[in-house]
Design a protein around this ligand. Sequence first.
Ligand SMILES: Cc1cc2nc3c(=O)[nH]c(=O)nc-3n(C[C@H](O)[C@H](O)[C@H](O)COP(=O)(O)OP(=O)(O)OC[C@H]3O[C@@H](n4cnc5c(N)ncnc54)[C@H](O)[C@@H]3O)c2cc1C
Ligand SMILES: *[C@@H]1O[C@H](CO)[C@@H](O)[C@H](O)[C@H]1NC(C)=O
Ligand SMILES: *[C@@H]1O[C@H](CO)[C@@H](O)[C@H](O)[C@H]1NC(C)=O
Ligand SMILES: *[C@@H]1O[C@H](CO)[C@@H](O)[C@H](O)[C@H]1NC(C)=O
Ligand SMILES: *[C@@H]1O[C@H](CO)[C@@H](O)[C@H](O)[C@H]1NC(C)=O
Ligand SMILES: *[C@@H]1O[C@H](CO)[C@@H](O)[C@H](O)[C@H]1NC(C)=O
Ligand SMILES: *[C@@H]1O[C@H](CO)[C@@H](O)[C@H](O)[C@H]1NC(C)=O
Ligand SMILES: *[C@@H]1O[C@H](CO)[C@@H](O)[C@H](O)[C@H]1NC(C)=O
Length: 499
Amino acid sequence: MLWGLLALSLPSTAFSSPFQVPLSFQPTPATLPVANSTESFWIHTPGANLLANEGSTGPLTQDADICIIGSGMTGVSAAYHLANAVDEFALKDVKAVVLEAREFCSGATGRNGGHLTPYSFSNFLQYESDFGTLEAVKSLQLENRTAMAIVDLINKNEWNDIVDLVPGGHISLISSAEQLVSLKAEYLAAKKAGLDVGDVEWISEESVKETYGASYPAVKAPAFNLWPLKFVTQLYLLANSSAPNFSLALHTHTPVTSVVPLPSSYDRKWNLHTPRGPIHCSYVLHASNAYASHLLPQFTPGRDREMGIIPTRGQIVAVRADTPINDSWRASWGFPDYYWFPRPTSSNASANPLVILGGGRETIGGPTFEQFETNDSVVNKDVGEALRAFLPRTFEGMFKDGEDPVMEWTGIMGYTSTKDPFVGPVIEETPSSSNVAATEQHASASQFISAGYNGHGMPRAFSCAEAVAGMIIATLRNDKTWSVPEWLPKRYLTWNNQN
Ligand SMILES: Cc1cc2nc3c(=O)[nH]c(=O)nc-3n(C[C@H](O)[C@H](O)[C@H](O)COP(=O)(O)OP(=O)(O)OC[C@H]3O[C@@H](n4cnc5c(N)ncnc54)[C@H](O)[C@@H]3O)c2cc1C
Ligand SMILES: *[C@@H]1O[C@H](CO)[C@@H](O)[C@H](O)[C@H]1NC(C)=O
Ligand SMILES: *[C@@H]1O[C@H](CO)[C@@H](O)[C@H](O)[C@H]1NC(C)=O
Ligand SMILES: *[C@@H]1O[C@H](CO)[C@@H](O)[C@H](O)[C@H]1NC(C)=O
Ligand SMILES: *[C@@H]1O[C@H](CO)[C@@H](O)[C@H](O)[C@H]1NC(C)=O
Ligand SMILES: *[C@@H]1O[C@H](CO)[C@@H](O)[C@H](O)[C@H]1NC(C)=O
Ligand SMILES: *[C@@H]1O[C@H](CO)[C@@H](O)[C@H](O)[C@H]1NC(C)=O
Ligand SMILES: *[C@@H]1O[C@H](CO)[C@@H](O)[C@H](O)[C@H]1NC(C)=O
């Protein structure tokens, strides 16, 4: 029954999942990230991944207060927020270590579409009818909060050129009259609830055709695009240098293969096994997104479970446009089941830009729409064909038909049947009652998770990681007065998200 809930009706960067699970489907935990993954533009452009193999040789850290599993947007944001908290509370000698199975940031964050698109009103009606107006408002405000925090950090540290931040907005092409009607309804409801939709702009088909070259009406809203891996790299370096009493280590090519409790005679609670040896920690943060169920079987996707995280393979191509573009095109873009943006052409306005295009998964369908798939060492040929056909068809004369992409890759997203991420203490197979106070929920916890962003993590993961870092620090400080941040939608919390 729950599977049916996954159908969304979003414009643009929403990666919805209307699918049916074959009756023969047997839920199994995710694999570890696979070897020989496809090469992405973000990771494999020479010189892009400064920390690619950091800490992969030499001695392994053996002991830390906090072990973070995963070096994507979530894991590294958590490290950054932990560093801030160490300063804020004048803590002494807090040690954290980030463990990464492959190269640095080689999961979804290093393979994604590069859109930092906080939705202004999409989903509002569904959120409101499912969870009430307050939660609906919070859900969208969290996205704006996250995007603004990322952009502020970039501005403050002058990373704009390093991370190629483009504040060009997001243009959703509207594919049908029905979609237009439903978007307008979402927009009006969001506006009525007090959300700031002042910068949302509706553009007629004629005007889209004239300015941008596609024959669809559109809606444009504030948004950004950037080089996600480079942002995460800068964030790691900042976290590593900003608090004198916070020591951070990174070990790439170090998969965690199990997390087991240590006997009570040890100072630390958890033993993380890796092929390079064990690491003892007091707290563990699972920032492993699509792969979370490999170590936490309670997140195994299953027919009748709300707590599963479903690994879902997305695919991207980088294609060279056949013409230069003008400034108005320098946005990020969406169309149901496709999302794209032109890479900045720096100072050369007459160069043809490289366009990063993802999607095609729902267009091709198939039995599972690329779900339950962790193999990002291969591309899906049918998705590849859908991607190749999309831009030439949509923007007449701007892309060569039949042109092969410059690069093509896949990456694994983490979908959930609730459509929301899981944020908070890891809850055992049989969850405790959901009305236990928040402070009690985290006070005794020592494993935490923030994962399952449903293909829309850029405007959420940084804040979710902040919430979970706050819980870890409160627990470490034995602060019983700490409470869940106001800005976090309550239903994201693991203890509210159970069967
Ligand atoms: C093709 C694609 C396109 C996307 N496009 C967009 C977009 O345009 N905008 C948007 O908002 N979102 C997009 N997303 C989603 C977005 O990238 C994710 O929501 C976000 O990056 C999640 O960050 P994360 O750190 O939680 O996960 P990840 O970046 O996947 O990081 C998890 C890390 O954990 C590591 N790991 C896993 N298990 C272990 C283990 N046992 N031991 C050690 N390490 C482990 C993995 O190797 C990985 O590096 C896209 C995703 C994909 C795949
Ligand atoms: C990924 O898929 C390819 C092609 O089917 C296969 O050769 C390879 O073994 C798979 N890798 C894993 C880790 O399953
Ligand atoms: C990947 O493939 C190469 C050869 O193509 C092989 O040498 C290597 O062991 C494989 N695995 C990893 C983890 O790189
Ligand atoms: C770091 O800890 C030391 C003691 O271990 C303390 O003297 C110092 O003030 C701390 N520094 C900061 C910036 O909190
Ligand atoms: C986003 O947040 C900023 C403050 O950081 C606020 O000024 C703006 O109105 C918000 N926008 C939306 C769409 O909520
Ligand atoms: C952008 O380019 C299109 C197509 O080449 C052109 O028709 C349009 O006028 C240009 N728009 C702007 C704002 O320059
Ligand atoms: C992290 O900081 C330490 C201490 O300053 C430094 O030795 C190390 O080189 C830094 N790591 C990275 C990846 O910059
Ligand atoms: C700008 O791009 C055009 C088209 O690719 C190219 O011919 C020209 O040499 C480039 N100019 C510079 C300064 O790189």
